[in-house]
Write a protein that binds this ligand. Sequence first.
Ligand code: GUN
Length: 289
Amino acid sequence: MAGQKIDGIAVANSVKERVRAAAETLRSEGIRPCLATVLVGENPASTIYVTNKQKACFEVGIETKDHKLPDSFSQQEMNSLIDLLNKDGTVHGILVQLPLPKQLDEFATTSRISPIKDVDGLTPYNIGLLASGRAILKPCTPSGIMELFDYYKIDLSGKNIVIINRSHLVGKPLYHLMLEKNATVTTCHSKTKNLKQHCLSTDIIITAIGDRSKFTLTADMISDGAIVIDVGTSRQDGKLVGDMDYENVIKKASYATPVPGGVGPMTIAMLLKNTVTAASISKGFVPSR
Ligand code: GUN
């Protein structure tokens, strides 16, 4: 029997409904939740992502302040912009779209954001809270994946999980969030030996490579009834595809996420959630984890 498709659009819509209600409550208290977006250069994928994030904000009643900057933007200019946004009382969340052009240092840039406006959860302070199991503003893609498990009532306790990614945006934060749920987590990367063996002997696979010319997760690489979450996106013959051969993997898996319509919508939904959380923090509210 084929496995169940994990419907990221439906789950994202349920998160958005809650965010819309929270934004309305904030407005009734005199706070207009606002996200500042910072996009440097004209990377086509980043431009689409930022536009989609702004549209989603508009749909749930979050205002946006758009900062589109030339490819030549310097670190000094970036520092001044972040300092200004940190001080601006009408801005509750700051999103600097990654990757940045090479003259800009990603760590120096994200580290400069005030931790209470850090809707990507990338500042050292928020990473530290995450590693301590106490984060409030968590990176959007990993927290979106956790929301999918919650929605489908998939219990991670005692499960073996393989993450194929070790980035700051996905693999590392996800490791902490899953460990917190008592899973046994293995992080695989480009130097991992016997990746197929790791995949075949695990209950859950999270794949986030994003280059089908280098890597495809095929049905022969998963165990019967495995759960597969696909974070990778790339283009094949002009079509958006994930890391896995979904058509065949879903025949063997118990659950799998499609691309598009899986993890992508969750990343945006969690950004909206983090923005209303940051707006609540701005009035002194301490949210529960
Ligand atoms: N680039 C790809 N994913 C993300 C994300 O979640 N946040 C930011 N800021 N940039 C990204």
